[in-house]
Design a protein around this ligand. Structure first.
Ligand SMILES: C[S@@+](CC[C@H](N)C(=O)[O-])C[C@H]1O[C@@H](n2cnc3c(N)ncnc32)[C@H](O)[C@@H]1O
Length: 221
């Protein structure tokens, strides 16, 4: 089963309240979304591309990162599997070029791009799917192109288990289930996925959960 089949209904339901959650309105997710605006800005700042550059965004959601990309003067091609999320993004950004699709299913006929970005979405893929997605994505990049993601990553398996336990102990049952059900990677495995796709990745922690990942093609790749 594809990840889109697993998580679409969840995001169709979450679309209505999503912007409240990122603003701190969901008590269990306050730490996950802590510094949300800065997290999105870090992704955009890491690109430093000329105006008019083409950026492909995966898991657009309600269009919050997209708005910042537009403000930088980039052309954005959005990919989003959830119909309800696409509706929200289009309501906010009527001119957005937005396609139904996901990391492993990009509509045909789209141009190559200068950057690929995503926030809070890469963890929907299993480790093996992440490997495949990165191998596919590098083929879409123009020379000198970049990939910039921000998402939950754990330093190691011990930290991941401790954070799951902590969520349970705090009575954060939804978060605890989410941390177990989805495919939050550990750092070494994620670095291997980027490396195997011919990318050099730099990682920086932005809050207790979320890391910025900025990857560029190796020169010999
Ligand atoms: C937590 S929201 C993040 C939305 C937005 N990027 C943000 O930072 O606020 C995750 C988004 O990823 C989308 N998504 C789920 N599975 C995906 C996949 N396999 N590929 C791309 N996007 C996916 C969901 O529909 C949802 O809109």
């Amino acid at each position: 089963m594809g990840s889109e089949a697993l998580f679409n209904s969840l995001f169709d339901q979450w679309a209505e309240d999503y912007d409240q959650a990122v603003a701190g309105g969901h008590p269990e997710y306050i730490e996950v979304f802590e510094g949300y605006a800065n997290i999105l800005k870090s992704v955009v700042d890491s690109l430093a591309l000329p105006k008019g550059s083409v950026v492909m965004e995966f898991g657009v959601g309600t269009g919050n990162l997209t708005s910042l990309l537009f403000a930088e003067g980039y052309r954005v091609i959005g990919i989003e599997p959830s119909a309800a999320m696409r509706e929200k993004a289009k309501a906010k950004l009527p001119d957005l070029e937005l396609h139904e699709g996901h990391f492993l299913n990009v509509p045909s006929g789209l141009p190559s791009v200068d950057a690929i970005v995503s926030t809070y979405a890469f963890h929907h893929l299993t480790d093996e799917m992440k490997d495949q997605a990165l191998r596919d994505l590098v083929k879409r990049l123009n020379p000198g192109g970049k990939i910039a993601f921000a998402d939950t990553v754990f330093r190691d398996e011990g930290t991941k288990l401790a954070m799951q336990r902590e969520a349970e102990e705090r009575g954060f049952h939804e978060l605890a289930l989410d941390l177990k059900r989805e495919y939050y990677p550990v750092m070494s495995r994620l670095e291997r996925a980027f490396c195997q796709a011919g990318l050099t990745v730099r990682m920086k922690q932005l809050n207790r959960y979320v890391w910025l990942m900025v990857a560029e093609l190796n020169r010999e790749a």
